[in-house]
Ligand binder design. Structure first.
Ligand code: ZN
Length: 676
């Protein structure tokens, strides 16, 4: 049987031949792809020749080209166009892939060659990019224990196994606790304040559970609007306490001991590898570099945001007083914020949407990219896609040079996961003197067109499109030699800079005037609406910032010190929150026991990066504001020092080359209205 995934893609731009790929091709392709890579790795490891950068590091870098291509096609489909069969295949191939990557990091011959080169790297005359690649490869071994004595290696494996079990359990408990609770309402009055769509969803929830009336759950789409709109304070309280008590009830789903165990195992692992703490281990490969930098950063913003937060808190308390509330509690926050927002801005989404027809917004995104980076976009119809809704564009520069293929997949459908993301079907690299250009994709779930109306985006969808397109620019303009350093393959706290930076154009009159035209009358968006958008984007920024900082500090507290003395999760948390508290503590609640970002997902010692990225994008955009938002020279610098460079050099160095200075917090504080 011919397998299109294993053959050379003989298509235009060698794009993926989606129409020829059948589900049954994937597993054999993975097996064959892994085999090919393994053979190449063995050859590198057992090479009799003296190790050189080319025969070891570069060879290693290019040895899994086929497998990477298969993986990206497969996992992108698993997100955008999945079904039971594909999910089943994912279950089967994921362990194969992790075993394959373990085989590489545990390959001693291979590591010996890498180490030998690393030890003499100053004599190798490497370019900065090669130096970065050598470091990255070397670190990928030693951060997994390649340098340890044999008994310590075993200990590391044991810790890793324990950690993956604990993280899994943590997640299962949170999920079980989320599903175990429901707020079952049977009296119509209890729904007072809720918008019709929320009531409908609650009725549907009830129906699915074979119940009368309405059911509110702890899932975000159900929980969030209830907290925002429900007039019944007791019900809000009940729901909020249930939400905050997840995995903190001393029942079989309790996560207190698991939190302590995860923190301790992480610390042990870091110490075993020679680091002071888990945070030191994580931050070694981040722009922020170390825990001290992160805590200083967070505390500085906290100091500036606290007065604004207190003022906002008083403002909300004032409104709540009219309802007889003497002490504002956690479950009042969203509700009174929403009231105040309506009073201050009355910014109805429905009034904005006619100015944001999808086609107009796309044209705007393209025009802004042309003005900044000289890119041209041409819709093409002669390459394969995985669904008929996917649009394809050929991207060139003004001289007609081929830059990238861009796929755009805008609307929801069954088999596509929620949210929006940018991804890559093929990376960028230079090999045999050929610059092999990337195939980039943006995937969204926007409001669909109807028979009578085109797709009209909410403002939030507009910023989402700009955000993902900012990532896409990072991918499309990539211009490096080695694929693992190309495009968005950068330090984790640097990757959101291009995306968040690009969002800034959505708030600028000069940019909006290019595309924000009424879909029927062609009238430009009124200035008054632009002002409202700007002002409302800073609404409750003080309280919001303090909350984000409190999570970032809690994360650092868990991960930057030896946690072995911590006995009580709740007490530890109270100490951590002491400078960020605005509301009275709720004794039934605990944040850590359901803080999945840091105890289950990949955000441990990384929660700060949300704010960090905001600081970067505000500071970067300040230069555009100073020089002009379409200033060619500023754009050129951003392109050649950031977008083209990927992860080939330290991000702080790249940033300074672009900006002429280190980022500081002032621009963000100013934009957020937190600086007087
Ligand atoms: Zn992003």
């Amino acid at each position: 049987m011919k397998n299109p995934l294993l053959e050379k893609f003989n298509t235009l731009y060698s794009s993926a031949p989606f129409s020829k790929i059948k589900n049954e091709h994937f597993k054999p392709a993975f097996i064959a792809g892994i085999k090919i890579s393994k053979e190449e790795i063995d050859q590198i490891a057992n090479n009799k020749a003296v190790p050189t950068f080319e025969n070891t590091i570069a060879a290693l870098e290019f040895c899994s080209e086929k497998l990477d291509r298969i993986s990206s096609v497969f996992f992108n489909l698993n997100s955008a166009e999945t079904n039971d069969e594909i999910q089943q295949i994912a279950q089967e191939v994921s362990p194969m892939l992790s075993e394959f990557s373990n085989d590489i990091t545990l390959n001693e011959e291979l590591f010996n060659r890498v180490q030998l080169l690393y030890d003499i790297k100053d004599e190798l005359n490497l370019t900065p990019e090669q130096d970065m690649l050598l470091n990255k490869k070397y670190k990928s071994f030693v951060r997994n224990g390649a340098n340890l004595e044999i008994h310590k290696k075993d200990e590391l494996r044991k810790i890793d196994t324990e950690l993956s079990k604990l993280k899994l359990k943590f997640g299962e408990h949170v999920l079980a606790e989320t599903n175990a609770f429901e707020l079952h309402l049977t009296i119509k009055n209890e729904l007072a304040g809720l918008p019709e769509s929320v009531i409908e969803a609650a009725a549907l929830n009830a129906k699915q559970k074979n119940k009368e009336g309405w059911v509110i759950t702890l899932d975000y789409p159900s929980y969030v609007p209830f907290m925002m709109y429900a007039e019944d304070r007791n019900l809000r309280k009940k729901l909020a306490i249930a939400f905050g008590a997840k995995a903190f009830k001393n029942n079989k789903y309790d996560n207190q001991q698991i939190v302590l165990d995860i923190a301790n195992y992480r610390h042990k692992r870091a110490v075993l590898l020679g680091y002071k703490s888990h945070a030191h281990f994580v931050l070694e490969e981040r722009m922020a570099e170390n825990p001290e930098n992160v805590t200083t950063f967070l505390n500085d913003i906290l100091e500036k945001a606290t007065p604004a937060a207190k003022k906002e808190f008083d403002q909300l308390s004032e409104i709540a007083k009219k309802d007889g509330i003497t002490q504002l509690e956690k479950w009042d926050s969203s509700y009174y914020s929403e009231k105040l927002k309506k009073e201050l801005f009355d910014l109805e989404e429905e009034k904005l949407k006619p100015y944001f027809k999808l086609e107009n917004v796309i044209a705007g995104v393209f025009e802004i990219s042309t003005k900044l980076y000289d890119l041209q976009f041409e819709e093409i119809y002669n390459i394969d896609t995985y669904n008929k809704d996917v649009k394809t564009y050929k991207v060139t520069d003004t001289s007609g040079n081929f830059i990238a293929i861009l796929y755009a997949d805008f609307f929801p459908r069954p088999g596509k996961r929620n949210g929006a993301w940018m991804t890559t079907f093929k990376g960028q690299w230079v090999k045999d003197e050929e610059n092999s250009r990337p195939h980039i994709s943006i995937v969204c779930n926007f409001t669909k067109p109807t028979e009578t109306k085109p797709s009209l985006l909410t403002f939030n969808e507009v910023t989402t499109l700009f955000h993902e397109f900012g990532h896409a620019l990072h991918g499309m303009l990539a211009n490096t030699i080695y694929p693992s350093l190309s495009g968005t393959n950068v330090y984790w706290d640097f990757v959101e800079l291009p995306s968040q930076l690009f969002e800034n154009w959505c708030y600028q009159k000069e940019a909006l005037n290019l595309f924000a035209k009424h879909f029927e009358t062609n009238e430009l968006i009124p200035m008054e609406l632009i002002d409202k958008i700007k002002k409302s984007s800073n609404f409750m920024e003080g309280m919001h910032t303090v909350r984000q900082i409190s999570f970032g500090l809690l994360d650092m507290d868990w991960h930057s010190k030896n946690p072995s003395d911590i006995k009580n999760v709740k007490e530890f948390e109270l100490t951590s929150f002491k400078n960020t508290n605005l509301f009275p503590d709720v004794k039934e609640n605990c944040m850590s026991t359901s803080f999945s970002h840091i105890f289950q997902g990949g955000y441990s010692a990384g929660y700060y990066s949300y704010k960090w990225a905001e600081v970067l994008d505000a500071d970067a955009f300040a230069l555009f504001l100073e020089k002009g938002i379409f200033d060619k020279e500023t754009a050129r610098k951003f392109k050649s020092f950031v977008l083209e460079k990927g992860g080939t050099e330290n991000p702080m160095k790249l940033y300074k080359l672009f900006r002429g200075k280190k980022p500081d917090n002032a621009a963000l504080l100013k934009r957020a209205g937190l600086l007087k």
